[in-house]
Design a protein around this ligand. Structure first.
Ligand code: MOS
Length: 747
């Protein structure tokens, strides 16, 4: 029987029915018998010395089962993805308002909250370091023994002084980007319990069960095989659940009490505690000749990483790698620093440093294009990296890159063709503009970083397949793509699959991050499917008495002219399990993480309308020309595009966690405004260009992050087209717009 392969089809999500019907159990939904409720006491000051902690009143409150502080951590009181520097509970000093001081476990949530508020902590308040520019000055408060520098990178090639001397125009400006909150629908949440096998199990929102388990083992002083981490499909992560959040606190309570427990952070707690997108201060200096040839670029990046290392060094690494764009500058100089402050902790967020630098780079590209009299498209096309040329950090561009084809598509697109008509006739107090921004974004973890994935596919006794991968699906649809790839290789339909994902029992397919899962895990899925197929055929061969080799049809094997259902083979010769391992071939590192094995390319174009009376900016239409490589699921790719654009729109126009002396001023979704259906343009047109990436499965590329990265730059260029004002800070609020317009008229 011939099946239609689901590959390349917009099939529904494998999780759609369970989620829509309410059957799916999210991490925050886990409720067990005899469960304790956990609350965490957080720091009362952004920077203070702890003089004493008195938990006696909390402990004697009836219904309170335990109160834990630093002295109750059996292992190392530290965790972290790159370096274990973040305390499970602060013992001597608190470094931000999200720091944990104690946890309370009680019979009810109310009791846990009451008890938490009964803990008395005496502090000696210290001056907070809240200004990243101050962090490296000698008189700044020292947050860590090694100082306030989290990481720095100095990259480039050629001689920028020479490059600027050759330029006819030199432009220099500074940009400041907002502190974006992930604002996932489901805050950090989970449960801990002993499973039937007596294994201490933590079920929580997260992006890599193996990384979580490693950190739990160190803090709990348990061997890793005595711990299990589950990451069921959750209500979003976007990078914000790579770092440990509730997991260790939950596990400690269960380890101490033997009882199951649960915790879900309130929204204001989530906003205060959770990591953010790094706010950047970026200085761009670019040089260009009259004929539009780029001569030099100098980029200085200062990132506010908050109190702990988290993924700060990796984020500035990716920013440094991407800050010169996919363009050829004969001379480059890149200086990037991440500094510690007592502000919000900052770590991974979809785009991972690229959205920040593109705000400056893509405005500079338009500024230079205008100066030399070329269109934004022609100017970018003229300067695209050619094979053999050095990219910003110095690595040599290996093969032709697809940005010119993407730019061609933009030029042939609807918004570009109709731009003058769309801008005209909008009334006296409105102005419209069209702008674009281009992006590249590496996918995978980058040169020199272990990036392997193992996947298993099992033929079950009922004849159905089960796909096992540890990389979770946080809502992006990667598991549906995995199933489509496996079904394609096994000649069957997606409905023939069940999945086990996000489980540290393995196999280890690595993190769901860095736009890597379709690329790396997907490649392992194909290998696992082919391995299983050959095992099924080998099993069938054992029944074979004819000269004809057995044939595999997807639901059966044909042997001796008979069709044997797979269930029979599984029962007779099982277990039949296919395993696949994939590690992308990585280029030679410039430094660890740079460059990436492959990139995706995109140009986004925005049509905006500015209200001259209120300063409001409305995005009326967006186009995303996305080279996604081969598209496994067009509906999934469009969903990524629309979601990324919505998040990028918020980044450009509304979103910024505001702090005063280290305290969050807008820790609620009523004061921290994310785009709603009224703000997202009714028309988002995603054009999926499919230039195959040779290393990707069927030619697929990773696309999650690049759908957000250029959005703010495109909107800022459209704003300039509308009103002739360039902004050096995002989000661009109505107040900023009115002030800029007032400045313009008074000049
Ligand atoms: Mo990510 S921002 O690599 O989850």
């Amino acid at each position: 029987m011939l099946e239609t392969s689901p590959l390349g089809q917009p099939i529904p999500r494998v999780d759609a029915y369970a989620k829509a019907s309410g059957a799916h159990v999210y991490p925050s939904d886990v409720v067990l018998d005899n469960m304790l409720w956990v609350q965490v006491l957080r720091a009362a000051h952004p920077h203070a010395r702890i003089l004493s902690i008195d938990t006696s009143a909390a402990e004697t409150l009836p219904g309170v089962v335990c109160v834990l502080t630093a002295k109750d951590v059996p292992g190392e009181n530290r965790f972290g993805l790159l370096v274990h520097d973040q305390p499970v509970f602060c013992e001597e000093r608190v470094l931000y308002m999200g720091d944990a001081v104690a946890v309370v476990a009680a019979e009810t949530d109310d009791l846990a909250r009451q008890a938490r508020d009964l803990i008395r902590v005496e502090y000696e308040v210290l001056p907070p370091l809240t200004e990243p520019l101050w962090a490296l000055q000698p008189d700044a408060p020292q947050l860590h023994p090694q100082g306030n520098l989290c990481a720095e990178l100095h990259l480039g090639h050629g001689d920028v002084a020479l490059g600027f001397a050759e330029a006819d125009y030199i432009f220099e400006s500074s940009y400041q980007t907002g502190r974006q909150e992930h604002a996932f629908l489901e805050t950090e949440a989970g449960a801990a319990y002993y499973d039937e096998a007596g294994i201490l199990t933590v079920c929580a929102g997260g992006q890599n069960p193996f990384k979580d388990r490693q950190q739990l083992a160190v803090a709990l002083n348990l061997p890793e095989d005595k711990l299990r981490v589950l990451h069921p499909m959750m209500g979003g992560a976007f990078g914000g659940k790579e770092d440990i959040n509730v997991q260790i606190h939950l596990a400690l309570v269960t380890q101490r009490t033997g009882r199951p427990c649960r915790l879900m952070l309130d929204r204001n707690e989530s906003i205060t505690v959770g990591v953010k997108r790094h706010p950047f201060q970026v200085r761009y200096k670019t040089g260009v000749k009259k004929d539009g040839t780029l001569t030099a670029i100098e980029v200085t990046i200062l990132a506010d990483t908050g109190p702990y290392i988290t993924l700060g060094p990796a984020v500035i690494g990716l920013a440094a790698e991407h800050c010169c764009g996919p363009y050829y500058f004969p001379h480059t100089k890149i200086d990037a620093q991440a500094v510690f402050t007592n502000n919000c902790n900052a770590s991974a967020f979809r785009g991972f440093g690229n959205p920040q630098v593109l705000v400056g780079l893509e405005q500079h590209m338009d500024i230079m294009a205008e100066a030399v009299g070329l269109t934004p498209i022609a100017f970018r096309r003229k300067n695209v990296l050619q094979p053999g040329q050095a990219a910003g950090p110095g690595q040599i561009t290996p093969a032709s890159i697809s940005l010119p084809r993407v730019l061609d598509a933009v030029e042939q697109g609807e918004l570009y063709a109709r731009r003058e008509a769309l801008k005209s006739g909008v009334g006296r107090w409105k102005r419209r503009g069209v702008g674009l921004a281009a992006a590249w974004q590496g996918f995978g973890l980058g040169a020199g970083v272990p990036d392997g994935a193992t996947v298993r596919i099992e033929l079950q006794a009922d004849g159905r397949y089960r796909l096992h991968a540890s990389s979770p699906d946080m809502g992006q649809g990667n598991v549906t793509a995995f199933v489509q790839m496996a079904a394609h290789e096994l000649n069957c339909s997606a409905a023939d699959f069940e999945v086990t994902i996000g489980d540290s029992l393995g196999p280890d397919s690595g993190s769901s991050n860095a736009s890597r899962t379709v690329f790396v895990v997907g490649s392992a899925v194909i290998k696992a499917a082919l391995d299983l197929r050959s095992k099924i055929l080998a099993a069938a061969q054992r029944l074979n008495t004819s000269a004809e080799p057995p044939r595999f049809t997807g639901r059966a094997a044909e042997v001796n002219g008979q069709s044997i259902p797979l269930a029979e083979l599984a029962v007779e010769f099982g277990p039949l399990v296919g395993e696949g391992y994939f590690h992308p071939q990585q280029p030679t590192p410039v430094v660890v993480g740079i460059p990436h094995p492959a990139y995706s390319y995109s140009v986004q174009m925005a049509l905006v309308e500015v209200d001259l009376l209120t300063g409001e900016i409305e995005v009326l239409q967006m186009e995303n020309y996305l080279d996604a490589g081969y598209v496994i699921n067009p509906a999934g790719a469009e969903g990524q595009s629309e979601g990324g654009i919505a998040q990028g729109l918020g980044y450009a126009l509304f979103e910024d966690i505001l702090l005063s002396e280290g305290r969050v001023l807008n820790p609620r979704l009523s004061t921290y405004i994310i785009p709603s259906i009224r703000d997202v343009p009714a028309q988002i047109n995603t054009v999926l260009l499919q230039e195959p990436e040779p290393m990707g499965p069927y030619g697929a590329r990773g696309i999650s992050e690049i759908c957000l990265s250029p959005t703010a730059g495109a909107i800022l260029n459209a704003i300039y087209d509308a009103v002739g004002v360039r902004f050096e800070r995002i989000p661009v609020t109505p107040e900023m717009m009115l002030a800029a317009l007032a400045g313009q008229t008074s000049n």
